[in-house]
Design a protein around this ligand. Structure first.
Ligand code: AMP
Length: 198
C-alpha cells in the first residue's frame, strides 16, 4: 500500500461534547481515507480493564465524569504519535480536551514534522446528547453512560474546560463547525466535504 510521507499526513481533530457522534463518524472516516484513529477515552478504558497502574490512576475521574489529568493523557498521545506513522494520517477523537493539551499536542506533532490540519466540531443540542448517551449506555457497558448525573457532569465539564479548545484552533484558522444533527450518512457527508477541501 502507498503511504504518504510524514509531512503529508493529514491530522484531523474530531471535536464536540460527549454523545455528539465523534466515535461513530471516526470509524467511517478511517475506512474512507485510510487513517489511523485514536480515542483517548478508549485507550483509558483499555488501561482500566487491564488494571494497569495508569488505568487505576484514572479510574475515579472517568467514573465521576471528570477529565483525567493532562500529563497522563498527553503521554498517551505522545506514545501514539511515535508509533503510528504508517497511514495517510490520524483522527484524534476526544483529544485535546483542554488548552494545555492542545499546546502540548502542537509540540508533539511538531517533533514528528506534523501539525493539526483541521478541527471539526460536531454540534448537537444538549438534550439530544443526553438521550443519545442514555441509549448508547444500554449496551455500551460503560457506567459513565448509564447514570444521568454523570452524563450531565460530562457535558458540564465539556462547557467549562473543553469548549474553549475550539478558540485555540479558530485562532489558527483550522476550526470548522459541523451540524451534528441528522442521519449518520448526512453528517458523514458534511465532514467529508470539509476534509476533501484540504
Ligand atoms: P470519551 O470516551 O471521549 O467520552 O471519554 C471518556 C472519559 O475519559 C472522559 O469523561 C474523561 O474522564 C476521560 N478522557 C478521555 N479523553 C480525555 C482527555 N483528552 N483528557 C482528559 N480526560 C479524558
Amino acid at each position: 500500500m502507498y503511504h504518504k510521507k510524514i509531512e503529508e499526513m493529514i491530522n484531523i481533530v474530531l471535536f464536540g461534547a460527549p454523545g455528539c457522534g465523534k466515535g461513530t463518524q471516526a470509524h467511517k472516516l478511517v475506512e474512507k481515507y485510510n487513517l489511523n484513529h485514536v480515542s483517548t477515552g478508549d485507550v483509558i478504558r483499555g488501561e482500566i480493564n487491564r488494571q494497569t497502574e495508569l488505568g487505576l490512576s484514572m479510574k475515579d475521574y472517568i467514573a465521576r465524569g471528570e477529565l483525567a489529568p493532562d500529563s497522563l493523557v498527553i503521554d498517551i498521545i505522545a506514545d501514539y504519535v511515535q508509533s503510528h506513522r504508517e497511514s495517510n494520517g490520524n483522527i484524534f477523537d476526544g483529544f485535546p480536551r483542554t488548552t494545555p493539551q492542545a499546546e502540548a499536542f502542537d509540540k508533539i506533532l511538531d517533533k514528528s514534522a506534523m501539525s493539526v490540519d483541521i478541527m471539526l466540531e460536531l454540534v448537537v443540542p444538549e438534550e439530544e446528547l443526553v438521550q443519545r448517551i442514555l441509549l448508547r449506555g444500554k449496551d455500551s457497558g460503560r457506567a459513565d453512560d448509564a447514570d444521568e448525573g454523570v452524563i450531565r457532569n460530562r457535558i458540564k465539564v465539556y462547557h467549562e474546560q473543553t469548549a474553549v479548545v475550539a478558540d485555540y484552533y479558530r485562532a489558527q484558522g483550522k476550526y470548522v463547525k459541523i451540524d451534528g444533527v441528522g442521519t449518520i450518512d448526512e453528517i458523514f457527508g458534511r465532514l467529508c466535504e470539509q476534509i476533501d477541501r484540504l
